[in-house]
Write a protein that binds this ligand. Structure first.
Ligand code: BG6
Length: 520
């Protein structure tokens, strides 16, 4: 068994894990190392893993990027990133110095064969100096247009051989977006498969690394009492909310092309939906879980043309205020077309064509510049079949099980309780579980879990080629319909003031079904 990195601090909560899940010695190469993701998420996650003794002592990180800098400058920049963004701060000096010793940087272009030869030479040299067996993970934290060229270059430089017994591993983590529609996702899958086996590919969706998203599986499948009622006999509908207070945060150029449907729904929210709706897998392992998620994605009912306006609402934020601070409308954001028709909010009514979910609508909404940052799944149960409490029944609400993915991670069950006193009055109350208070620790960052899983060769929390294509199949139909509306001059894009819960149309969608959005 490989030892943890020297200087790493003991972590009693993770002792079991240290024994069970220590990856083999390896090097992680981060393409796009001078970008934001490396500084804000990747290096802080690797540092935290080192601190928690979850990485082997023989472990190196090589940043690869277009701009010139030496190892020392890269280390300094990453240290600043960790000081600012690591989960536990300040950065521990001893852990950092052990970690930073094996942190390197190399400059190069993503499509330059000579740069990849130099990369190979450098990696071999690192292997020799640190006594590493040649295992490598390549992290593509670069613009999507570079994914295929980088993988091709890795292939040409023989840096990504297919797996074989006794051969060191070569794995590739691909950031989102994986394609912009079904055709581009398929084309990218084809290009990637020319070089790599599917089991070498780790398509990241950081929502799957969130502790509470994983807890959804534990909640459903490690407890006997919920699964029997997790179906259309007991559930009236499901609401999934992914709301943010931020606007496009300097990413106007990207967002103009993406819109919220691509940015949040195609990946994060449909993944959350598929975990909430899937059948129990035969085992908690990569293909078992992904096979079941895939079935859900394939069973998403295509929205009938005649119901499109009732089931798909899009909107864009106008000027407004967030937490008392005035903020501009989307069209006034930098790098955004002043006549932009890109949606920053979407609300959807979705059906899953399966025995379990027949007739149960899943309402999804996601938006920028909403009043609160919250990701939540709310399972709204059917009402009691017969109410005994006469007029007082007005105050009886359906039971709601809300699974809070972030912030205030936890689970709450709302139910009716008798109000103390002589009358038979009912009041809504809640039973709650909170991560923070139950376990006394903050959940780790999503990237910590995902990087560790990739090093361990566990693809359960990464999306497979067929899943990505299935979700694009469903989402691309909406985009096509929107394109037709735009072409015929018949598009509707209501505006909602920043700091509100989206347009009235989204409320009307629910009201038409006799329901309403929960206030998360
Ligand atoms: C990213 C989107 O994938 O997820 C961003 O591109 C969004 O637009 C972010 O803000 C939300 O992630 P989180 O973890 O903050 O909910």
């Amino acid at each position: 068994m490989e030892n943890a990195a020297p200087g790493a601090l003991p972590n009693p909560l993770r002792e079991g894990l240290v024994e069970e899940r220590m990856p083999e010695p390896a090097t992680m190469v981060i393409f796009g190392a001078s970008g934001d993701l490396a500084r804000r998420k990747l290096l802080p996650a690797l540092y935290s893993l080192t601190r928690d003794r979850l990485l082997p002592s023989r472990f190196a990180v090589l940043g690869f990027g277009r701009h010139a800098q030496d190892d020392e400058a890269f280390r300094d920049e990453m240290r600043r990133g960790c000081e600012e963004f690591a989960r536990r701060r300040p950065v521990d000096a001893a852990v950092w110095s052990a970690f930073a010793r094996n942190l390197f940087y190399q400059q190069g272009a993503y499509d330059d064969p000579a740069a990849f030869q130099r990369l190979k030479t450098r990696l071999d040299e690192i292997d020799r100096t640190l006594g590493l067996p040649g295992n490598r993970v390549f992290y593509l934290s670069t613009p999507p247009s570079t994914f295929a060229p980088i993988i091709r270059s890795l292939g040409q430089a023989q840096l990504a051989p297919r797996p074989a017994p006794g051969r060191p591993f070569a794995r590739v983590i691909i950031e989102k977006p994986f394609g912009v529609d079904l055709d581009t996702a398929r084309a990218l899958n084809r290009q990637v498969h020319e070089i790599l086996d599917e089991r070498q590919i780790y398509r990241i969706d950081h929502y799957l690394g969130k502790e509470t998203v994983q807890n959804l599986l534990v909640f459903r499948f490690a407890n006997g009492i919920f699964e029997p009622i997790w179906n259309n006999h007991f559930i009236d509908h499901v609401q999934i909310t992914g709301s943010e207070t931020v606007g496009v945060e300097g990413r106007g150029g990207y967002f103009e092309q993406a819109g919220i449907l691509r940015d949040m729904v195609q990946n994060h929210l449909l993944q959350v939906l598929s975990l909430a709706a899937m059948e129990p897998p035969i085992a908690f392992e990569a293909d078992g879980v992904r096979d079941e998620k895939l079935k859900v994605l394939k069973a998403l009912r295509q929205i009938p043309a005649g119901d499109f306006d009732r089931q798909v609402i899009r909107a864009q934020y106008g000027a407004g205020s967030i937490a008392g601070r005035a903020v501009p409308g989307y069209r006034a954001e930098p790098a955004v077309d002043p006549r932009s028709t890109t949606e920053t909010f979407v609300a959807l009514k979705i059906f899953i064509d399966s025995w379990r979910w027949a007739g149960v609508p899943f309402y999804l909404r996601s938006g920028k510049r909403l009043p609160k940052r919250v990701t939540e799944i709310a399972i709204v149960f059917k009402e009691a079949p017969h109410l005994l409490f006469g007029k007082r029944a007005d105050s009886i609400r359906p039971n709601v099980l809300s699974i809070r993915i972030q912030p205030d991670e936890g689970i709450a069950l709302n139910f009716g309780s008798k109000l103390p006193g002589p009358a038979m009055e009912v009041a809504p109350v809640s039973m709650e579980f909170r991560y923070g208070s139950s376990f006394g620790v903050e959940p780790p960052e999503a990237y910590e879990r995902l990087l560790l899983d990739c090093l361990l060769g566990d693809g359960t929390l990464f999306t497979r080629a067929d899943e990505v294509e299935a979700s694009w199949t469903w989402v691309s139909r909406i985009h096509r319909r929107w394109a037709e509306e735009t072409a015929s001059g018949d598009m509707r894009l209501p505006e909602y003031p920043a700091g509100t819960w989206g347009p009235d149309e989204a409320d009307r969608m629910m009201a038409a079904d006799g329901r309403s959005w929960r206030l998360p």
